[in-house]
Design a protein around this ligand. Structure first.
Ligand SMILES: Cc1cc2nc3c(=O)[nH]c(=O)nc-3n(C[C@H](O)[C@H](O)[C@H](O)COP(=O)(O)O)c2cc1C
Length: 177
C-alpha cells in the first residue's frame, strides 16, 4: 500500500478530541503543507486564520454549534478558518471565466491538504461547513466580500480507532475507457 493510500484511509472526521493541547509547530506545519496545494493559474485564492488561544478557540467553537449541531466541537483544541481570497487569473483565462471560477475547487484542495498534513502528524480534524458566518466575520474582522470557505476543528483524537469508510462503490464513480 502506498503511503498516500494509508493516510487517506486513516484520515477521518474526528468528533471526539482528547484533552491535550496541540503544539503550535504542528499547526504551522499544516499551513506550510497546505500552501503547496495546486490552484487554477496558481492564484492561491486562500488565507488561513489559525485559532489556538483557548479563549478564541472557545469563541469559534460557539459559532459552529448553532442549530444544536456540532456540539462535540466544544472539545476541539484549535481551528483553521479558511478564507477565500481574490484570485488573479492569467489574462487569457480571465477573458473567458470569472476570477473566482476555480476558487472553490482550489479551496477544497487546500482544505484537504490541511487535514492530511494534520493526520500525518497524528492530529484529528473535522471540516465544518455549518457555522454562524456573520459572527465569525465579526470575530476576525473578515470583510463581507470574502467568503469563509470552511472551519476545520483540530485536536488529538481521543481514540485511535479507524472507522471503515462509507463510500459509493468504485463502479458507480468511474468509467475506464
Ligand atoms: C464541506 C464539508 C462540510 C462538512 N461539515 C460538517 C459539519 O458541519 N459537521 C460534521 O460533523 N461534519 C462535517 N463534515 C464532515 C463529513 O460529514 C465527513 O467528511 C463525511 O461524512 C465523510 O466522513 P469522514 O470524513 O469520516 O471520512 C463536513 C465535510 C465537508 C467536506
Amino acid at each position: 500500500m502506498s503511503d498516500y493510500m494509508e493516510l487517506a484511509l486513516k484520515r477521518q472526521s474526528t468528533r471526539q478530541f482528547a484533552d491535550k493541547p496541540v503544539e503550535h509547530e504542528k499547526l504551522v506545519k499544516c499551513v506550510e503543507a497546505a500552501r503547496l496545494s495546486p490552484s487554477g493559474c496558481n492564484a492561491q485564492p486562500w488565507s488561513f486564520i489559525v485559532v489556538e488561544k483557548p479563549e478564541v478557540v472557545a469563541e469559534v467553537a460557539k459559532t459552529t454549534m448553532q442549530l444544536g449541531i456540532n456540539e462535540y466541537i466544544a472539545k476541539a483544541k484549535a481551528f483553521f478558518v479558511v478564507v477565500e481570497e481574490y484570485a488573479q487569473l492569467m489574462p487569457k483565462i480571465a477573458k473567458i471565466v470569472h476570477s473566482q471560477y476555480f476558487a472553490k475547487g482550489d479551496l477544497g484542495a487546500v482544505s484537504l491538504s490541511l487535514c492530511l498534513e494534520a493526520q500525518s502528524q497524528g492530529l484529528g480534524t473535522c471540516m465544518l461547513g455549518i457555522f454562524d458566518r456573520p459572527k465569525l466575520r465579526e470575530l476576525f474582522d473578515i470583510p463581507k466580500d470574502k467568503d469563509i470557505f470552511i472551519v476545520i476543528a483540530v485536536g488529538y483524537p481521543s481514540s485511535d480507532q479507524v472507522r471503515t469508510k462509507d463510500r459509493k462503490p468504485l463502479e458507480e464513480l468511474v468509467r475506464f475507457v
